[in-house]
Write a protein that binds this ligand. Sequence first.
Ligand SMILES: Cc1ncc(COP(=O)(O)O)c(C=O)c1O
Length: 345
Amino acid sequence: MVDFYGGHAVALLGYGHPRLTAAIERQTRELLFQSNAVPMAVRERAASALAALAPEGLSQVLFVNSGAEANENALRLAFRATGRSKVVAVEGAFHGRTAAAAAVTWGAERWYAFPRRPFDVVFAPRDAAALAAAVDDATAAVILEPVQGVAGAVPLGRDLLAAARAATERVGALLVLDEVQTGMGRTGAPFAARLHGIAPDLLTVGKGLAGGLPAAAVAARPEALAGLAPGDLGTTFGGGPVVMAAVEAVIGALVEEGLMARAQVLSGLVRRRCQVGPVTAIQGEGLLLGLCTTRPAAAIQRELLARGFLVGTSADPHVVRLLPPLVLRAAEVEALAIALEEIPA
Ligand SMILES: Cc1ncc(COP(=O)(O)O)c(C=O)c1O
């Protein structure tokens, strides 16, 4: 089986990467767990490594356990720093399944089940001017994914990101970039924000952060932590030593093994080779790609699975989503192209 889905983008280094497994093994023997109430060198190292990878100025890091939890905390920080109660999100967005994260998720009404949203939310169309117009003096934050993953690897584009940055600066709101799916080198840059030269106030990361162990984080500018008192943000498991050792190993491998450059090269190869058979167009960034298909994506997914390829679907019924481990090989892309050629259009 060739994995082009990576367990929802989690298996960033593939399976059994020696640096990652050795780091986890070593830390397990040394100290399995201690809470973040206790300072630890391994957590300091992981936080520094993440801050170095993040866009400039995001020097403060809080480790949590899931992407949704990271977004919940980022939004709480924005409410606290601004004293306001409105968030602008983008149509098509996915930010997670907890109360606040789902409140800014497009179409969550179908499964939300909470009686009401905990704050005011306005969804702006995927358009720079419309987004800017939705931001006003009541806005605490704009939250967006640089490339909307669950929507089908839909890039929001540099203009929209720049408009979000300018609009938030205009009214004193915070810009939260949800890089849970686009972060950790997936787009070919450490974070998509860096690809587009955008500096957010808060950035969330998850998925492949620890290569397979549950981990996520909020990275923040110091100003975004205004009004925060000790104990205001908390977590039992977040920042535990085994997970921190894994984060350190993943970032080390990402940087030292040239995996971001590799993501760019292989992205180009997928774009050149895989627009065949039922695939009419390819969208996305780096190794977060959406193959637009003539027939339903779920059927193409089944047909590829029968040929030994694991791919994902998306909220768009005609987009097959690829989120492969960044250790993907060119020969595997070639093999996928051949399989797609065999599948009826
Ligand atoms: C962009 C984005 N944000 C947040 C989340 C939620 O992450 P988690 O499932 O770890 O809570 C996801 C998960 O798919 C995501 O793609």
